[in-house]
Design a protein around this ligand. Structure first.
Ligand code: MRU
Length: 352
């Protein structure tokens, strides 16, 4: 865990002495750096649903700890409990954010681990170890994919990114933002343009906060400005993260990603997706099969408690969209870089 603890931004931390999970409350950033201390899986469920922790890999890590907490809770009531309870709680956790497959992946890994542990004497402690492994592996895969990604970013680029894919959204290093960090460290990029990312402002609140901490030159734009900046030659490539990637390379990511990909193609700019292998869902043949989360109207018309719209408005708030693979130059993973035809290249990355 040494690399994790040395990281400047540590949004998820298991506190051993107290046996609880510490989360940096992302709904309060950047105005307040407030930590939550969670003792039950139900509290972790609420933190994921209410986006106090968010980003596909990060909610997978949090779900791992939630199932370890669930096991400690069940043990307190009855030393020998029905293992199916862990599976039921895992199923509930998956419902908190249905698009990000990393959540489902982490829950399934924890359930599989619980079933393998015979005798069940140290089940809770062993599940906690498994959650810590998921956390560390998530960090390590970010570092690997960031190295692959830094190689493909065109030298001298101003890089546009969308939403938030840095330490806050991941196991602690970053996916698309990890690539940006590595490319910046290698002197390959000029700086970053971050969209504000309506309605939840992951770009203006979180990505700008992280880029500022890393000392990477960055400019914030409203989402609708991207096309005009591309037409003026002020952006050389786009890089985003992913919440789920289908086996044909279609990508589910933050709403607005699809529009950026179409704009990039129109302007002849490379459009990269950076995500760990755990974000690929080979059970989904294409993007149409990926569930898209819809969130509450309030997120669109109320900002920090202030109403900015007509309360009676009918609001459609889809949290993600699908970018068809034909718009994607490459998918950068911890196993290497895939490009079209994705059906073949993605399988090769996973199977080796
Ligand atoms: O709704 P969010 O903030 O959880 O959405 C996050 C994204 O869309 C990210 O781009 C994605 O999870 C990749 S995070 C490394």
């Amino acid at each position: 865990m040494s690399e994790l603890s040395e990281n400047a931004i540590n949004p998820i931390k298991w506190i051993d002495n107290h046996g609880h999970l510490q989360l940096l409350d992302q709904s309060k950033l950047p105005q307040e750096e407030k930590f939550l201390y969670l003792n039950t899986w139900e509290e972790v469920f609420s933190a994921i649903r209410d986006m106090k922790i968010r980003g596909a890999p990060a909610i997978g890590v949090a779900a791992g700890y939630a199932l370890a907490l669930a096991c400690f809770q069940l043990k307190q009531v009855k030393e020998e409990f029905d293992l199916n309870r862990i599976a039921d709680i895992g199923f509930s956790l998956i419902q908190a954010r249905p698009t990000a497959v990393n959540l489902k992946w982490a829950v399934e890994r924890m359930i599989a681990k619980s079933r393998m542990l015979i005798p069940r004497k140290d089940l809770a402690a062993k599940l906690l170890e498994e959650a810590k492994s998921i956390h560390l592996e998530s960090y390590e895969s970010d570092v690997k994919l960031s190295e692959f990604g830094a190689d493909v970013i065109p030298r001298g680029s101003s890089v546009l990114t969308h939403c938030n894919t840095g330490p806050l959204a991941t196991g602690g290093f970053g996916t698309a933002l990890g690539v940006i960090r590595k490319a910046w460290a290698q002197g390959k990029i000029k700086g970053v343009i971050s969209t504000e990312t309506r309605p939840w402002f992951q770009g203006s609140r979180l990505t700008m906060w992280e880029l500022n901490k890393f000392g990477i030159p960055s400019t914030l734009i409203v989402d609708s400005m991207a096309g005009y900046l591309m037409s003026r030659g002020e952006i050389q490539c786009v890089i985003v993260g992913a919440d789920r990637i289908a086996s044909n390379g279609d990508v589910a990511n933050k709403i607005g990603t699809f529009s950026l990909a179409v704009l990039a193609k129109e302007h002849g700019l490379p459009f990269y997706v950076a995500a760990p292998i755990t974000t690929i869902d080979l059970d989904k043949n294409n993007g149409d099969e990926i569930p898209i989360e819809e969130r509450l109207a309030e997120e669109v018309i109320i900002v920090k408690g202030i109403s900015i719209g007509v309360q009676e408005s009918k609001v459609l708030n889809m949290a993600f969209d699908i970018t068809p693979s034909k718009y994607i130059t490459s998918i950068i993973t911890d196993n290497g870089v895939a490009s079209a035809p994705y059906n073949k290249s993605i399988k090769e990355l996973i199977i080796g």
